[in-house]
Design a protein around this ligand. Structure first.
Ligand code: UDP
Ligand code: MG
Length: 318
């Protein structure tokens, strides 16, 4: 069976990656060589390195690769805007120039040998193919468990996301184009991609250690990322305030009954009953009011994000 070769763009965000880039390019090029030779990919396929405002030699290495090797392309951002923004910038740049795009980190912790499987997944009719980590044995105990906690919390907050999937995925041209229609600033791509809605597939792989350089995601950045993930997708925390307020009012009613009972029995000191009742009642009313105000703010937040309401897949008309 002959299948038409596909034009692939690999998008690689890079921040302070001078230590890994030459090796990364070597490995990716070798993979493209084989896939082009076997007519899986068109020879115009390329790798776009997005330099996210690195202060080391990253950009000069990319320029050098662009000059001296095939496949290498580069996009230099004028400052550090963070992994998610850099990745989106890269996807914007390739969205008119490819049939499929694969996003992957510069350190190649994600196994590039599953890219052919992703392509197979695309040919089988999936517009998005998620790379999913089978296990996290190469991560530290701490990172593994905080990550697990994070996915659980996301799930509980009603955010759709793929468990153990980072930003290693294949997207078809139309999926990338739809993703680019999301205009929000607090980017959490892992939460947005499932909203695209096209058919999706999965490939599984084992995650490697970083082969050089250090993680660019220290604990502080990871926490911010997690908070962004939840607050950009869920207004449930606000609703929780409302329900806690309701519980407080219920407690206040019980406390009122009990206080009045003690008051009638004359075993209270002056002032206690009125204080008791007002503390609980006022507390509950304040929380419920906050919840109501929050509900409106949540609505405003959703409007302001101006997300596309739907994604048309096909339209049959006469
Ligand atoms: N990265 C980026 N901008 C940043 C931080 C990271 O473009 O501000 C890139 C980095 O170069 C790498 C990817 O994001 O390609 C993932 O970073 P890293 O491997 O350090 O994260 P970890 O694998 O430790 O979560
Ligand atoms: Mg990494």
């Amino acid at each position: 069976m002959t299948e038409t070769p596909l034009l692939l763009a690999v998008v690689v965000p890079c921040f302070q990656e001078e230590a890994v880039l030459p090796e990364t390019h070597k490995r990716l090029s070798r993979l493209l060589d084989t896939l082009i030779a076997s007519q899986q990919l068109s020879p115009e396929s390329y790798i776009l390195y997005v330099n996210d405002g690195s202060t080391d030699r990253t950009w000069s290495i990319i320029q050098e690769l662009h000059r001296t090797t095939p496949y290498a392309c580069g996009l230099n951002l004028a400052g550090n805007v963070g992994h998610q923004n850099a990745l989106l910038a890269g996807l914007h740049a390739v969205k008119e120039r490819c049939e499929i795009a694969v996003s992957i980190d510069a350190d190649l912790q994600d196994d590039i040998q599953v890219i052919p499987n992703m392509i197979a997944g695309y040919r089988a009719g999936n517009d998005i193919v998620y790379g999913v980590r089978r296990e996290r044995t190469t991560d530290t105990f701490f990172k593994r468990n905080t990550a697990l906690l994070f996915y659980r919390l996301m799930g509980a907050m009603g955010v759709k996301s793929v468990y153990n999937h980072a930003d290693y995925r294949l997207m078809s041209r139309r999926a990338v184009q739809h993703l680019c229609r999301f205009r929000e600033r607090n980017l959490f791509l892992r939460g947005l991609v499932p909203l695209i809605g096209y058919r999706a597939g999965f490939v599984y792989y084992n995650r490697d250690k970083r082969f050089a350089g250090e993680s660019k995601y220290p604990f502080r950045k990871m926490m911010n990322f997690a908070i962004d993930g939840i607050t950009s997708f869920s207004v449930k925390p606000v609703r929780m305030i409302f329900w806690i307020g309701c519980i407080f009012i219920l407690i206040a009613l019980c406390v009122t009954g009990w206080t009045l009972h003690s008051y009638i029995q004359h075993n209270t000191v002056p002032g206690w009953s009125s204080l008791m009742i007002s503390i609980w009642l006022v507390g509950g009313v304040v929380l419920v009011s906050l919840g109501i105000v929050g509900e409106y703010i949540g609505k405003i937040y959703i409007e302001v994000k101006d997300r596309p309401r739907y994604n048309e897949e096909e339209l049959l008309m006469r």
